[in-house]
Every structure is written in C-alpha cells, then in structure tokens.
Design a protein. Structure first.
Length: 112
C-alpha cells in the first residue's frame, strides 16, 4: 500500500496545485509558495516534492503545449488525483480534530 500520509510541505504543495489549476507547473508553484508563505523554496525542492507526490499517486502530470516564450519547450502541468484529494481531506480532518482538542486554544479563541 502506498504511503497515504502527507508531510506539511507536501500538503502545501498539493494545495497550491489545486489553487493554481492549469497553471500548476514547477516554477509557478515555487513562486506561489513564496507569495502564500513569505518563504522561498528552491526549484529542486519543489520538483522533487512534485515527483514524490506523483509516485505516491496524489498527483498526475502532463506536458502542456510548447510556447514561444519558453523557446518551444513545454511545461509539465500537475493535477491532483482522487487519492490526492482524499489525502488532503484526511490531513485537514486530522488537523481540525487535533486543534479542537487543544483546551488552551479554545480559551484563547473566546477572547479573540
């Protein structure tokens, strides 16, 4: 059985693929990571994570059309698979459950 768990970085990358939809290619994902988190990430780390998520079955990819801007090269576009969606839902449910069980946070949220 494939490892259905997501690390935090993997979870964020999967979410960014969903946010970017048909613009979910490595460079754009890395740029969006910086925009959303305020932290830089290397193209290599982004690419290796995308590859790992594909191997886990959470993403699929296809080559886009060649563009003149890229000198005729094509972008690899990523899409979340059904198992990737299930993994994201499971991750969200676990985190929500844990946050809801944190008594000190419940008291703090009443003050906000």
């Amino acid at each position: 059985m494939k490892d259905a768990r997501l690390g935090e970085f993997e979870e964020i990358i999967l979410l960014l693929v969903g946010i970017l939809e048909d613009q979910a290619y490595t460079l754009k994902i890395a740029e969006e990571f910086k925009t959303q988190t305020g932290k830089s990430v290397s193209i290599g780390a982004t690419h290796s994570t995308l590859d790992r998520l594909c191997k886990k079955g959470f993403l699929t990819s296809k080559l886009g059309e060649p563009t003149a801007v890229r000198g005729g090269r094509r972008k690899r576009i990523y899409t979340i698979s059904a198992s990737g969606e299930r993994a994201l839902i499971a991750s969200k449910e676990l985190r929500t459950s844990l946050w809801n069980q944190f008594p000190a946070l419940s008291k703090l949220s009443l003050l906000a």
